[in-house]
Every structure is written in structure tokens, then in C-alpha cells.
Design a protein around this ligand. Structure first.
Ligand code: ADP
Ligand code: MG
Length: 200
């Protein structure tokens, strides 16, 4: 449930795997805030250069003006004291310093709307999104469509690339998978040599 106007500060987190519509939902809420004549600022991490430097963009090509910042300190420095609504996309790339900043904004009356991955490609909680979920007033968990079987998908499976936790990519490197198809794919990824190492 979304509410367009809040008298006090408030934190909303939109989470889920890749391709689940987090950015679309963030854009929808921020556009409605603009319609409600709220003063809105939108941020994204400078690391995410998949589509555009100064906009947040969904996989369905919807977009909205945003400021790319290298880190949380730069985000704080760019905040206008008159801003009523702050939107943040790809929160998982900002690290733990994002949590106190979000808390501080909400404490002084700002509505903060955050989108981010709740799990990394290994299916582990992706900080700081779990911490943001804990302090949020409102949580939306989006699900994608499993690219293997068409069921609802909660995981982002890395189809190409290395084992670094942060590796920016889209359909070239990731696919949405349901729990079952994700587990099957992971099992298939393990070569006999890997399995032997794990056993040892
Ligand atoms: P997110 O920010 O969660 O990665 P986006 O908002 O950027 O997601 O994109 C969501 C859109 O991606 C959907 O509306 C749909 O058009 C497209 N899409 C591509 N692949 C999938 C998939 N496997 N499941 C659901 N939507 C997909
Ligand atoms: Mg997105």
C-alpha cells in the first residue's frame, strides 16, 4: 500500500531480485510525489552506469532524472534541506553508511523511498538492504518471472562473470530464477572438481 503524503518522516523499501520491477515501482511512487507537488530528489550510485548517467532506468526503459553519487557522503552533501521526498535506487551498492543517513532523514520528516536487491547472486542477504527493511515503515517485496520455468522468481542467478559480489550487469549477466530453478542451476554449476574440494 502506498500513501502519497506523510506528515512525518517515513521509510519505504522496495526489494526483490533483478527484473522484479523495483525501479519501475520506485519511478511510479516518485512521479506521484511530484504530481502531489512534493519536492523530490532522486539518487543512484555512480557505479550503476548500465543505461544513463543522470537518470534511473528500468529494464522496461522507463526513466526519471536522478543524481549519480559515488558514495553516501556525496549523497548527503547533495541533499537540499527543503526536499520532502528522497528516492534512492540500487541501495545495495551504498553500503552500511546508508542506514544512519536514511534514519536521520526520516527522523527530520523526510519520506525516503528506497529500491534495492535483498539478496546477492548467491542468495545471501545483501547489506544494507536487510538493515533498511528492519527500520522501514513500509516494505514491498517484488518478484520477477523465472526465466527457466515461468514461476515467480525471488533470486538473481549470475549466468556469466566472476565471483565478485558486486558486478554490475543486466540480461547479459543475470537471470531471474525461482528457488527451485536457482538451486538446480547452482548444482549444475558445480563441477566434479569443485564438489571434491568442498567435500575435502
Ligand atoms: P528491477 O529494478 O527490479 O531490476 P525493473 O523495474 O528495472 O526491475 O524492470 C522490470 C521490467 O523488466 C518488467 O516490467 C519487464 O518488462 C522486464 N523484465 C525482463 N525480464 C523479466 C523477468 N524475468 N521477470 C519480470 N520482468 C522482466
Ligand atoms: Mg532496478
Amino acid at each position: 500500500m502506498e500513501s502519497s503524503r506523510h506528515s512525518a518522516g517515513w521509510v519505504e523499501v522496495i526489494c526483490g531480485p533483478m527484473f522484479s520491477g523495483k525501479t519501475e515501482e520506485l519511478i511510479r511512487r516518485l512521479r506521484r510525489a511530484v504530481i502531489g507537488r512534493q519536492r523530490v530528489q532522486v539518487f543512484k550510485p555512480a557505479i550503476d552506469r548500465r543505461y544513463h548517467e543522470t537518470r534511473i532506468t528500468s529494464h522496461s526503459a522507463q526513466s526519471l532524472d536522478a543524481r549519480a553519487v559515488p558514495d553516501v557522503a556525496a549523497l548527503e552533501a547533495a541533499l537540499d534541506p527543503d526536499t520532502q521526498v528522497v528516492g534512492i535506487d540500487e541501495a545495495q551498492f551504498f553500503g552500511p553508511a546508508l542506514v544512519p543517513v536514511v534514519q536521520g532523514l526520516a527522523d527530520r520528516g523526510v519520506r525516503v523511498v528506497i529500491a534495492g536487491l535483498d539478496q546477492d547472486y548467491r542468495g545471501q542477504p545483501f547489506e544494507p538492504v536487510p538493515q533498511l527493511l528492519a527500520i522501514a515503515e513500509q516494505i514491498t517485496k517484488c518478484l520477477a518471472i523465472c526465466s527457466s520455468c515461468g514461476a515467480l522468481a525471488s533470486r538473481s542467478y549470475r549466468v556469466a562473470g566472476g565471483s565478485e559480489r558486486v558486478q554490475v550487469g543486466a540480461a547479459d549477466s543475470y537471470e531471474a530464477r525461482c528457488r527451485s530453478c536457482y538451486l538446480k542451476a547452482i548444482a549444475g554449476d558445480e563441477s566434479p572438481a569443485d564438489t571434491a574440494t568442498h567435500v575435502a
